[in-house]
Design a protein around this ligand. Structure first.
Ligand code: BEZ
Length: 209
């Protein structure tokens, strides 16, 4: 752990860690955080991470006072309270609940995509449960349809916590489900996603193994 500032338990493959990285980039706080790389799977825990987050899940953020924040929603909320620019999470009004709900949908679809990754990559082939994978994929399919509807009705919304979540979701689908072909089903979402690729924060946080 860094002696000053913050330490982020980090993995370049985790879409939830990427959310936090995007918030750090977008709010100018990157310099205040040391990254602690963790190679993690459900059956390969990290003792250092477990000490801060008993659930053993990424991301976790160690603060200068020794306390540890988790999960990604809590960390993003915390970081968004630490800067003086336009908040990434609307502070009040209907937009707060609308954007947080959209961000929550992106989180849920990322959860489903990560669970599919574990089931199809980590679990021994003779123990895999195809119906369960299909059910997780159904969440992604329904969620993408909802996100396409959102992109069609509000194509140029702010690059806020909802946009960040959707970037992380779509980036993770490209990373782990390149065969999905979501762009064909979601052309407006694809246009929006192509436009936001120009942001330095998005370019700097592409997922990798
Ligand atoms: C992945 O590589 O797919 C991954 C890595 C960390 C957390 C979740 C997923």
């Amino acid at each position: 752990m860094a002696t000053l500032g913050m330490t982020l338990f980090h993995s370049t493959g985790s879409p939830f860690v990427r959310k936090v990285m995007l918030v750090l980039h977008e709010t100018g706080q990157l310099e205040q955080v040391a990254l602690h790389g963790v190679q993690l799977s459900p059956i390969n825990p990290s003792a250092a991470l477990n000490a801060g987050n008993p659930a053993g899940k990424l991301p976790a953020l160690g603060l200068a006072d020794g306390s540890v924040l988790h999960d990604s929603r809590v960390i993003c909320d915390y970081l968004d309270q630490q800067h003086g620019s336009t908040p990434l999470i609307p502070r009040d009004g209907p937009s707060r609940w609308q954007r947080l709900t959209l961000a929550s949908l992106a989180d849920a679809l990322m959860d489903a995509a990560v669970l599919i990754r574990y089931e199809t990559f980590l679990r021994p082939a003779d123990k895999r449960w195809d119906d369960w994978v299909q059910a997780q994929q159904g969440k992604i399919d329904r969620g993408l349809a909802q996100l396409e509807h959102e992109a069609a009705s509000a194509p140029h919304g702010p690059f806020d916590i909802a946009a960040i979540g959707i970037v992380c979701l779509l980036g993770y689908l490209d990373f782990r489900q390149p065969q999905l072909g979501w762009r064909t089903r979601c052309p407006q979402l694809a246009d929006w996603y192509a436009a936001v690729q120009e942001r330095p924060s998005v370019q700097a946080t592409q997922p990798s193994a």
